[in-house]
Structure formats: C-alpha cells, structure tokens
Design a protein around this ligand. Structure first.
Ligand code: ZN
Ligand code: MN
Length: 472
C-alpha cells in the first residue's frame, strides 16, 4: 500500500529520550559512560535505589536541558520540581522513576521543518532506568534477563511533540533534524549505544473511520522509526477496512521481522500515581542563568544550512550540515579553495563514501590541511576526478594515502596516452571493427579501457582526442 495516495490521514506525535553528555549521572556522581564497561561497576547507593540514599541534582544536566529547550524555541519554567512515577519493573530498583510531570523544565516550543511548524509540547529531565540484557535467541524468547545498573540514573532529556507529523517519512526527518541539533549543542552523541530512544504515537483517519492512538515503544534509529510507523499505519488502515476497531494500546517494534506487536493495553498517565519527590528541593531557574545559556548557543543546523545555501546548492548544504564535524571541516577549507568545488567533494563524494562505510567525519583521520591539499590538486587539475575518488576512498582508512596525489598525477602527455591506446586497440580488435561499422558504444568501451589501464589518471578529454585520431 502506498500511504501517500491512499486517502489516509496520519497523525504522529513523538516522545524522544536523549541521553545527555554530562560526565556524571542525574542524581549522583557515578560516571555516565557505561558503554563497554563491566556491568554494575558504575553504581552507588543512589543509582541502585538503596533505602536512605538521597538524590542531589546535577546542575550540568539542567543547563543541557535548557540549551535544548532554547534551541527548540521553548518557554523555560521559572520554577519546576521533580515527581515520582511509580511502577514495578526490574530495571527500576526504587519502583519509581524520578521524572517531571506537572511542570516540566520547558514547554511550548516548535521546530520549523521545511517551512512547517512542528510544535514541541514539553521538554523535561528524568533518570534512565537500568539496562536489561535479554539472554537467549531474542527478547521474546529470552531464557533469562540480566540487569546492568551502570545505566541507571543517566540523565535523559525527554522531548515531546504535539501530533503534528503527518507521515512516517516526516517523522524520520524530524528526528534526524532533532538529533543533528542536539549534536550541534554539544549535549548529545548519536554514536553512543542507546543514546536516543523514541516512543511514537500514531492514529489514522480514513473517511469517517478513525483509529485510537497506538503507542509504539522504544524505537531506536531513524530508519527503524520510519519502518515501524509505516507498518503500523498500514496495519491500522487494513483493520479499519475490515471494519475492526483499533483499541488504544502499547506496541513494540521488532526491527528484524519489521512488524509491531501488542505489548499491553495503554495505561493512562494518571495510573502511574505521580507524587511529588520529597527528597529534591524545588528548582528555581534564574533569568540570568537562562540568558547566559542563550548567549552561548552555537549556530544551529537549520541556520547554518540557510547561510550555506546562499552560495552552494541546497542539497549539498543539507548533506554537509548533517554531519557536524564535516561542516566544520567545510567551513575551514573554503578559506583556501573554491566553495562550490569543496561542497561537491565533501557533501557528495566524501559523504557517500562515509555513508557506505557507516562512518562519520570524526571517525576518520583526515586533517583539514590534507583536505585543502587534496582539493587544491583537483582545483588545479593536477589529478582527475576518477583519481580523486580513489584517493578519498583510501584516505578514510589511511591518512598517508594523501601522498598518492603525487603518484596519481593526471597524465596529460599525449605520447604517454598514445602508448596505452596502442596496446588497448591491439588487445580489442573486435571493438575496433565495431567502431568502424558505426557502433558508438565501442568507442566508449575503448575509452574505458584506456582509463582503466592508466588507473583513471589519463586526462579524459585528451584521451578521447588521441583515441579518435587513431581510429579515424
Ligand atoms: Zn550512582
Ligand atoms: Mn520518559
């Protein structure tokens, strides 16, 4: 089913949990860097929920949440407090999570996505539960479950949107933009395991029929979000078609099978029995504190994109801006080389190579100086486009590959090209005959051979001229 032309109206709202990059946890001084650490070694009585332990709020986490809220055009609360959200689950030693309910730290913001406003309902702080490790072939078929409290108490910033997103694709774009913004703010790192988890609410309407809101829990990944929502929209549409009712419920997403499955009937927020957290004082947020944070905000992705689009193509600007460190490199190198040339090579060629290898610019050790040297060689025509691509492909693994610029210098000497062409013609008599009988493709084939023989170094224009002269 193609959702775009199905006459289905979709409403999607997201609740995003982003792990903040503070060095210590939200209510204790344990480290937040649990990834790759021995389980249950970054804990203390507070994050283990021992009776008698008292939480102390991490000011850095408050600052980071405000940074996010300001970037999302939210109104910052003058005063807020924490509440206990009570529920029993093995990842929650205290049987309650310290979160914010009645008054969040910020609310009423928006993000502009391609000219459309996506409203942000609230932004609040809460503690991450412990990590459950399911041992067995899958979560559903786990033999037993282990608990790692290293993650317990890591500060999460929860960002809740209004149901303003109208397609799975748009939801994905929104999430990408949000993650990108958080990285520019230096409060979040998307490459860390489990750094962003999303709950997505979706309901659909078809003619006079409508579904109840269904929540899909704990999705991680942009692609997974789009897939889960697409599956769910189609499932709901088919059920409505059959005249079935879609009950309000909570579902999970299996990213291997690419299906959502029922977890439980949806509980209402009130059922969590929120109560005021008596161990933490009210949080008063001074205006001067907010002003200081406001002044320290960096240029955000959408602002950078707007600025770059004034001199390079919009798609290239978007591609460059989506990788913070690549954008930084771009801005440095264009002080020395042509802006448009650099945009094509960084935003298109290099980005494709990085994406293909599942890497980001900060994962490879290419220095700004090397990039300038590389782009200058292209600018002056010292290397061909083909050679340039080859060098970049090696450069992401080995920074000494930059020396290939010398080795792979463009061959413009006609005699050298001619020598190669003679060999190519001798080795391909059939193609030569085909060409003489008027087949254009034969010429392209022979040119391809010359380029391959010279490892892409032959000046393509000269090679064509030389070959043409020899054939005619
Ligand atoms: Zn602790
Ligand atoms: Mn939450």
């Amino acid at each position: 089913m193609d959702l775009r032309h199905s006459g289905i109206k979709i409403k999607i709202g997201l609740e995003i949990h982003a792990a903040l990059l503070t060095s210590s946890k939200l209510f204790c001084r344990c480290s937040t860097r649990w990834q790759g650490r021995e389980p249950n070694t970054l804990t203390c009585p507070v994050c283990l929920g021992m009776p008698g332990s008292k939480p102390v709020l991490n000011e850095k986490a408050v600052e980071y949440a405000i940074r996010i809220a300001l970037a999302l055009n939210c109104k910052i609360a003058r005063e807020c407090f924490f509440s206990r959200k009570s529920y029993f689950y093995p990842d929650m030693a205290k049987n309650f999570q310290i979160t914010q309910y009645e008054i969040p730290i910020a609310s009423n913001g928006y993000v502009e996505l391609d000219g459309k406003k996506i409203r942000i309902k609230r932004v609040h702080l809460e503690e991450d539960p412990a990590r459950l490790v399911h041992v067995g072939p899958s979560v559903a078929e786990a033999k037993y479950v282990l608990i790692d409290y290293n993650r317990s108490g890591v500060p999460l910033c929860e960002i809740v949107t209004e149901p303003d997103l109208t397609s799975p694709r748009e939801a994905r774009e929104f999430l990408q933009r949000l993650a990108n913004t958080l990285e520019y703010l230096d409060v979040y790192d998307s490459s860390l395991e489990g750094s962003m988890r999303v709950d997505a609410n979706i309901s659909i309407q078809k003619g006079s029929m409508a579904s109840e809101r269904v929540e899909i829990k704990n999705i991680s990944g942009f692609k997974e979000l789009e897939e889960a929502l697409t599956f769910e929209a189609i499932r709901q549409a088919n059920a409505l078609e059959r005249g079935e009712k879609i009950p309000r419920e909570t579902r999970g997403y299996d990213s291997n099978a690419r299906v959502t499955y029922s977890l439980r009937g949806k509980e209402l927020e009130e059922e969590y029995g929120y109560i005021f957290e008596p161990d933490l004082p009210k949080l008063r947020i001074e205006k001067s504190f907010v002003e200081r944070i406001k002044r320290s905000l960096p240029e955000l992705p959408h602002q950078k994109m707007e600025r770059l689009s004034k001199f390079i193509n919009k798609e290239l600007a978007k591609s460059i801006v989506s990788d913070k460190d690549l954008a930084l490199a771009y801005e440095r190198v264009i002080k020395h080389v042509d802006k448009k040339l650099a945009a094509v090579w960084l935003g298109n060629v290099l980005k494709k190579i990085l994406n293909y290898n599942n890497l980001r610019f900060k994962d490879v050790c290419i220095t700004h100086e090397q990039l300038v040297r590389f782009l200058k060689a292209l600018e002056k025509g010292e290397i061909t486009k083909h050679a340039g691509e080859q060098i970049l492909r090696e450069l992401i693994r080995d920074s000494s590959a930059i020396e290939k610029i010398v080795e792979m210098k463009r061959i413009s000497d006609e005699n050298l090209i001619k020598n190669v062409a003679v060999k190519v013609l001798e080795a391909n008599p059939k193609a030569v005959l085909d060409y003489k009988s008027g087949k254009r493709e034969a010429f392209e084939f022979l040119i391809g051979c010359v380029m391959r023989e010279t490892k892409g170094r032959a000046d393509p224009k000269k090679a064509r001229e030389v070959l043409k002269r020899m054939l005619d």
